[in-house]
Design a protein around this ligand. Sequence first.
Ligand code: NAD
Length: 553
Amino acid sequence: MATDHTTPPAATPSAVTPSATAPTVAVPPTTAARTSVLPASLTPALIQRLAARVVAAPDAARVTTNAPYTGAPLADLPVSTPADVERAFTRARITQKAWAATSLTQRKKILLRFHDLVMARQDEGLDLMQAENGKTRRDAFLEVVDIAVTSRYYARNAAKYLEPKRRRGAIPVLTHTTELRHPKGVVTVISPWNYPLSMAASDAIAALMAGNAVVQKPDTQTALTALWSLDLMEEAGLPAGVWQMVVGRGSAIGGALMDNADYMMFTGSTASGRKIASDAGRRLIGASLELGGKNAMIVLDDADIDKAAEGAVAACFPSAGQLCVSVERLYVAESIRDRFVAAFVERTRRLKLGAAYDYSIDVGSLTTAAQLQTVREQVEDAVAKGATVLAGGRARPDLGPLFFEPTILTDVTPDMTLCEHETFGPVVSIYSYRSVDEAIALANATPYGLNASVWSGNGARGRAVAARVHAGTVNVNEAFAAAWGSIDAPMGGMGDSGLGRRHGADGILKYTEAQTVAHQRIQGFTPPPGISPETWAALLTGALKVLKAAGVR
Ligand code: NAD
């Protein structure tokens, strides 16, 4: 695995331990006052209405979620049991039949109305995402954009993928062949907490557009945001029961969600993904797995240093690093390393860390205590083994229970946990390299392969390097949004980062069964009366030679 070849640049501070560091991140003075209460839009009535959408018995056990900014209780949600999951699937099997019979035009109208509703009610959605996840409003807004783009794309392009297609028949003219696409039936969608709107709605949108019903388990911590998207989709016209949500632990209801599914769409950690894949194998159903990563950014020696430093901030710290495609390993050409590091550290130290239900903050809170613990332990482990902290490096309980400063490390070695393991927090390690081949080898020295970023002053050179990186998406002179936002193109992971793709044709066709209907108009596979099998074989051999010579594909 990668090691650092160089010493820290003169422009950066000497090594400091997290506890000895003076605050390196600006805190807006109004932060504490702003976060002591939930925003006005999140009324108890709204929260109760959304919670009531969970498929659960009236006397269901309850679970309380807490707002990451403050730790205060946020929602009281019913907990679904395996019997509730069965009930959801029973209803879904009925509603799906009628839904599959609707026209693509009708589904398109609903998705476009959903697009408009998400845009119009975005403030409520942004408040919900921030309250449940602790992210900044800017990061939450990207999810609104993602959902708008996804619903518009599948509304306007699904027909191209789903309508019956004529295919070349076995025997030209005599065989009339059509490819049909049938919905799988009822799709299970399991989604994580880090992008609560994007991860909940975007995969469901494609499944619904293809004529499936969806039973979804959003992560409990961010279930309200997922339920909000369901609420808007029904307001847009989706019949009740076509998209349903259950809440509960994977260990409690995961079995029922798998055993009833016709297809499994899972987003989460690689460890969970392996179990899901093995269960899907047992059931012989398809599964799409969007899993973890240890994403690399390569800064080539001809890169614009200021732009690359700005790009590194955008790549490493969105949603406090709790983004599957964010960068945790940064490889910089040795010749520009010192200047790049100085520019990156300087920008990172200027980031405003805090909580506010407006656009004034750069980096928000982590979402769960478990995530904070992982980040803290990994940084402490690295520092104890000799890593140097160039920025951040410590938790900030003065801002809220789960804040951690955007952190840049160097002198990271393979014996440190964060060198190879996903941190899923605002922590990046900088390494340097001497040749492009070495940079690519270092970037590829991981079992993961989700996303990468390459920076160069020469677009063609950047693209050539990108093509050699083992990752499902690679952005040139951009962090992650260029590839993620290219919704017409597939997005997903290689290696331990997953199986299957979302977006584009792959992102909707996976929710369908292909069926080939071939109508043989005149018999042509057996010898006609009066022709011996030998003569028939000779005739066919001649015909095949002619077809090849004529360039027929
Ligand atoms: P996780 O795997 O622990 O949980 C994700 C979701 O799956 C949760 O809702 C959880 O309850 C559920 N779950 C877990 N095991 C289950 C089971 N056996 N049956 C049914 N449900 C089960 O992941 P996490 O730590 O909560 O999320 C962060 C991880 O997700 C990171 O590794 C991150 O990289 C990854 N992620 C990947 C993408 C992507 O597109 N590749 C996107 C977002 C997050």
